[in-house]
Write a protein that binds this ligand. Sequence first.
Ligand SMILES: Nc1ncnc2c1ncn2[C@@H]1O[C@H](COP(=O)(O)OP(=O)(O)O)[C@@H](O)[C@H]1O
Ligand SMILES: O=C(OP(=O)(O)O)[C@H](O)COP(=O)(O)O
Length: 406
Amino acid sequence: MGMPAFLTLDDLDPRGKRVLLRADLNLPVRDGQITDRTRIERLVPTILELAEKGGRVVVCSHFDRPKGKRVPEMSLRPMAAALAQALGRPVGFAEDCIGEAAEAAVAKLADGEVLLLENTRFHAGEEKNDPALAAGLAKLADAYVNDAFSAAHRAHASTEGVAHLVPAYAGRLMQAELEALDAALGNPARPVVAIVGGAKVSTKLDLLGNLSKRVDVLVIGGAMANTFLAAQGHGMGRSLQEAEMHDTARRILEEAQGAGCDILLPSDLVVAAEFKPNPATQTVPVDGVPAEMMALDVGPDTAAAVEARLRQASTLVWNGPFGAFETPPFDAATVAVAATVGALTTAGGLKSIGGGGDTVAALRHAGVAERMTYVSTAGGAFLEWLEGKTLPGVAALQSAAQSKTG
Ligand SMILES: Nc1ncnc2c1ncn2[C@@H]1O[C@H](COP(=O)(O)OP(=O)(O)O)[C@@H](O)[C@H]1O
Ligand SMILES: O=C(OP(=O)(O)O)[C@H](O)COP(=O)(O)O
């Protein structure tokens, strides 16, 4: 896939400059608490480098999916304290990402200081890549650094639009992710197994068609699997799934067959009537989900079938947990498969690459993140990269580099 040509922090002297840093602070949060800080930890080197060289660092990010509205629970304010703790220096906060509040806060910054702006998705223009929002962001900056590889598959105002308006550079995390993925997966040893699970069904289901042309075995778990099972005509009770994606799911199964990719869907599921810690559960075959219940994990037979495939595999790419792993006992299949992945990787037979905000949290929960070959901060972006797609956030950095050098 080759390394893209873009400018990096080696090409930027940030001293005295206002540097708009696009980060991905879309961290996993439960009950108001951050449950995994990997995305912040991986961002720290870029911020420290910019601050220590005398840049005035203005961090922006989206958080969750507020759909253009100011949703108080989706404020980035709590992330300012988490960022300050990780950096060991103070981090200011501006109530908006553009306009007077942002401009006044940026104007007060001294060299080396760090400011966090409010959630970019509080503006509908973010996801529409509205030039007015991009211009509002550009007004705050002398340079733009994109370190949000995990959001690079989104052509949004803060990931794409603004890169055309201000000199644009890749951050250290963006660079590291692309280099590591290229080294691990540029020419992967076969068979390649991909596991795709999790809950972002509508935004990830479409890419499975292309992915099935690049991998030998595609394992589908989580709420993603519920959607495929429902598309095959199984009653899924009250399970999380997306009815409007059934046609796409059926098309993907056909495409995969045509491409010679083996698709592994669950054979059994763990169901409960209530979604709470440690409820009464049953393990049922996929055609036996009671109408009043929901599937919250795949069952032990499915986990064993996945582990058997992994023993035959040379490369694994994994995004999305098998179940609602944050709530016991629905972590069982994810933890069991993760343990096998850890053991096979340590034994040297498997190259294992996992990624995604919640997937990293799940791999850490299972205690195997350190044993994986590579853990990416990205989920959807990493899958789209693997599909061979151009990521708009990366492409914008490339075209910025071309217009500067060429
Ligand atoms: N069967 C299921 N029902 C409901 N939620 C599920 C199910 N399986 C997985 N999930 C949820 O999927 C979420 C992770 O999905 P996703 O955001 O796509 O992953 P990532 O952030 O790693 O890319 C987790 O919060 C998990 O609770
Ligand atoms: O968490 C993210 O992606 P991921 O769940 O694929 O890891 C990114 O922040 C992108 O978020 P989005 O899928 O709401 O655009």
